[in-house]
Design a binder for this molecule. Structure first.
Ligand code: BES
Ligand code: ZN
Length: 475
């Protein structure tokens, strides 16, 4: 039995692999919605049962209770697994998340988001690419090895959470607790929860931006008011808030908070050169965003804007009137939400300090008698790994085996909060090994995973384990 037999097995069982994915896409494990928490927990139980079916030792850790909108609900469980404990083999820790982003057909999905639908070689469904497809990929890879009687060349530890899309709350504590326990023998970490840079070429990813999430709350009248009766006579919270939010970033994406850009690491010639050789085009970007409204016109500027410079996005206003029709209301209290994607060498404390100071100063210029609150609700730091590490060498060799090409080395603009925790708490190298393509539409409507990305991705995860076994461990 060889790796080649494993590849053939996956090809022959393509239909089954898709069926299994349909089974879990049907569980609407949306972590952000209180009403779906039961489904998230059900998905966690599915993961645990499946691991046990594969013969893994498992452990369910319940991180306690969460309070949302005054309601107490349990956090979804963290499911730990362990397969093999041969001291002569390396041990890889695999992480993934089983929760998904919210999805409503009314948002513009062409198909029911929780019914996996195959069309033109694409598998549409919420979580297909983020992150149920890749998570299931690990299971199917292990299952194929067992069915074939092909020995797994590494010990595998697994860690799956159900709160990633909501900031991975509760997970850091579990990792800290288990560092000397469940994760004791881990040699390296692999996460498959991001995407290829373009549509055709695989990559390995060694950097992520952090994210600091803020809200500005403006409170005024004791209750919502009639604009006909009181308009013109009161300071309106919404007017103050919109004014403040307009002072954060320009339509060209320039952040207006003084001092923020001073924290950003300088661009070296060496780093600059890395943007020249990547398999990416302006059209790839346009295909991912479904429009041509890109700010930058050349590839290096686009990628630098996404990977190595901070960005500030305005997300929404809670308390604002947003229904159809015309309601002549003056909202009494509104909260504006925005976030800043952070990069080396920005620090969480400095970013919070600069933002709060600036917003307060701008508010004081308004001469408003309303009350202001500005706060950071959640912050995760940026992450960088060393792409020369043997873990990356194994990843690159696996890509070569499956796709016949050298992978691009990429960074990402997004965040996976746990990446940094694994690196710092376990002190092990973390490899991001993506399965999906750049136009998969994670978090968006019509999220999909290409059948080829899925099937070749399962092969990739297997090939990676085999390469890990033979690569020289130099730390
Ligand atoms: N899978 C994404 C992260 C991702 C997306 C990495 C695209 C690389 C490319 C993950 O599920 C995610 O969306 N994370 C959140 C984390 C946040 C809630 C702290 C994000 O980046 O918004
Ligand atoms: Zn994800």
């Amino acid at each position: 039995m060889t790796l080649q037999n494993f590849f053939e097995y996956i090809d022959q069982h393509k239909g089954d692999c898709i069926k299994r994915l349909a089974e879990i896409v049907a569980i609407p494990s949306v972590s952000a919605e209180v009403g779906k928490r039961e489904d998230v927990i059900r998905m966690g139980v599915w993961i645990k049962t499946e691991l046990e079916r594969l013969g893994a030792e498992t452990k369910r850790v319940d991180p306690g209770m969460q309070t949302i909108d005054g309601q107490e609900i349990p956090y979804p469980p963290v499911i730990l697994g362990s397969l093999g404990n041969d001291p002569n083999k390396k041990t890889v820790l695999v992480y993934g998340h089983y929760d998904v982003q919210p999805a409503l057909q009314a948002d513009g999905w062409s198909t029911d988001p929780f019914t996996l639908t195959e069309k033109d070689g694409r598998l549409y469904g919420r979580g297909s690419t983020d992150d149920k497809g890749p998570v299931l990929g690990w299971f199917l890879m292990i299952d194929a090895h067992q069915k074939l009687g092909l020995e797994l060349p590494v010990n595998i530890k697994l860690c799956f959470e159900g709160m990633e899309e909501s900031g991975s709350e509760g997970l850091d504590e579990v990792i800290e607790q288990e560092a000397g326990g469940w994760f004791k023998d881990v040699d390296c970490v692999c996460i498959s929860d991001n995407y290829w840079l373009g549509r055709n070429k695989p990559c390995l990813t060694y950097g992520l931006r952090g994210v600091s999430y803020f809200r500005i709350v403006v409170t005024g009248p004791g209750a919502d008011l009639h604009s006909g009766v009181f308009g013109g006579a009161v300071h309106e919270p919404m007017t103050d808030l919109v004014h403040l939010m307009s002072k954060l970033v320009t339509p060209q994406g320039r952040i207006l908070i003084p001092g923020l850009m001073d924290e950003v690491a300088a661009l070296t010639e060496e780093e600059k050169a890395t943007y020249e050789t990547l398999d990416f085009s302006v059209e790839d970007l346009q295909s991912s965003i479904g429009a041509k409204n890109n700010i930058h016109q050349d590839v290096p500027s686009i990628l630098m804007a996404r990977w190595r410079y901070p960005s500030l996005s305005l997300h929404g206003i809670e308390g604002a009137f947003y229904s159809p029709g015309q309601k002549t209301v003056i909202p009494a209290k509104v909260s504006g939400k925005f976030s800043i994607r952070t990069v080396p060498h920005m620090t969480v404390d400095k970013v919070t300090e600069l933002v709060c100071e600036y917003v307060k100063k701008e508010f004081s210029k308004l001469g408003s008698k309303n009350q202001l609150l500005v706060e950071c609700m959640h912050a995760g730091r940026p992450w960088m790994s060393s792409p020369n590490h043997w873990n990356y060498v194994a990843g690159a060799q696996a890509v070569k085996k499956v796709f016949g090409v050298e992978p691009d080395l990429t960074r990402e603009g997004c965040s996976i909060p746990v990446t940094l925790t694994f690196q710092e708490v376990l002190n092990k190298n973390v490899l991001l090994l993506p399965v999906g393509a750049c136009d998969d539409g994670a978090h968006s409507i019509n999220e999909k995973l290409n059948v080829t990305n899925y099937i070749e991705g399962i092969k990739l995860l297997g090939a990676y384990c085999h390469e890990l076994a033979t690569v020289e461990k130099t730390d």
